[in-house]
Design a protein around this ligand. Structure first.
Ligand SMILES: NC(=O)c1ccc[n+]([C@@H]2O[C@H](COP(=O)([O-])OP(=O)(O)OC[C@H]3O[C@@H](n4cnc5c(N)ncnc54)[C@H](O)[C@@H]3O)[C@@H](O)[C@H]2O)c1
Length: 308
């Protein structure tokens, strides 16, 4: 098949391109390199089935493809808050452009949505049926509401125009090729520990997150796209729950060195708890994460050692 991956030079997108090429597909990677890095796809540039197109997803585009994976959007708070209006445009206009293309060429199109659509949840863990608790006017809203609007567009194109959609809601994912400065907690802790700096925890460190290793997540995305039982949304993430303190301590233990843990004030709208209910993914995709946190962290640390 011919497959378009928007955001294909980013952290998740580049792993997805690798996987699709391994599966024998032809891959077009569309990216404006805002947070993506050429080094993520450098090893693919000579591949006969791979093509890189530098393009901004808010401008229309045309490709003859069978599948579209829409991953283009900055995903870490400092990056999506850098130009919040552009972030909303990327989510909303990017979704419209992907859906318009899917409609024209009759492609199946998958939206990389996010656990952020649940906001600061009142239900724990979060099933797909939970509608969320999102602040529409805060600093994070450009991302959260942009992604919520993209989901709305996907379901309206599906209902109105019979576009063959898939929507997955991705929970915190980590692994090699995360941007070293992207401000996400796993890469932050690893880079700080490798540089011998203190590890910064926001708040008291008792807020929890779940962390999914990238290989597990990519398997879940590909299975979601390939199945025909549901358009979604499907939660993809690791239900194992860790406090920030536990993550910091484990990182220090694996990296070694003399870094200490320091605390800073909690940013606005930071959720206290986040944990996916993955019953639907288990049932429909026969999928669940297989890589334990310590093993995934080891592999990620090895990657960052080579970069720093
Ligand atoms: N990594 C996670 O934990 C996570 C969690 C939930 C959802 N997601 C979603 O998965 C997708 C990929 O996330 P990631 O972690 O790989 O982030 P990333 O920032 O590494 O990748 C995003 C990619 O999109 C590209 N991009 C951004 N704006 C663009 C635009 N206007 N036009 C074209 N390309 C553009 C960037 O250059 C980058 O290559 C995002 O849509 C994100 O919202 C990721």
């Amino acid at each position: 098949m011919r497959v378009l991956v928007t955001g294909g030079a980013g952290f998740l997108g580049s792993h997805l391109c690798d996987r699709l090429l391994r599966d024998g597909h032809e891959v077009v990677c569309l990216d404006n390199l805002f947070t993506g890095q050429k080094c993520n796809i450098a090893h693919l540039l000579g591949h006969p089935q791979f093509e890189f197109v530098r393009h901004d997803i808010i401008d229309p585009f045309k490709f003859e493809v069978d599948w579209i994976f829409n991953l283009a959007c900055p995903a870490s708070p400092p990056h999506y808050q850098y130009n919040p209006i552009k972030t909303t445009k990327t989510s909303v206009m990017g979704a419209i452009n992907c859906l318009g293309l899917a409609k024209r060429v009759k492609a199946r199109v998958l939206q990389a949505s996010t656990s952020e659509v649940y906001g600061d949840p009142n239900v724990h863990p979060q099933p797909e049926s939970y509608w969320g608790n999102v602040n529409p006017i805060g600093r994070r809203s450009c991302y959260d509401e942009g992604k919520r609007c993209a989901e709305t567009l996907f379901f309206d194109y599906h209902r109105e125009n019979k576009v063959d959609i898939r929507v997955v809601r991705i929970f915190n994912t980590y692994g090699p090729r995360m941007h070293p400065n992207d401000g996400r907690v796993v890469s932050n802790f690893i880079v700080q520990a490798l540089q011998g700096r203190d590890l910064t925890i926001f708040g008291d460190g008792r807020q929890t997150r779940s962390f999914c290793y990238v290989d597990d997540l990519i398997e879940g995305i590909v299975r979601s796209m390939a199945q025909t039982r549901t358009v979604g949304p499907i939660n993809l993430g690791n239900p194992g729950e860790f406090t920030m303190l536990e993550l910091a301590q484990l990182t220090l233990q694996l990296v070694g060195g003399k870094s200490k843990i320091v605390h800073q004030p909690l940013p606005a709208d930071d959720p206290r708890q986040r944990q996916p209910d993955i019953s639907l993914a288990r049932e429909i995709l026969q999928w669940e994460p297989a890589v334990p946190l310590a093993e995934g962290l080891e592999r990620t640390i090895t990657y960052f050692r080579g970069r720093i």
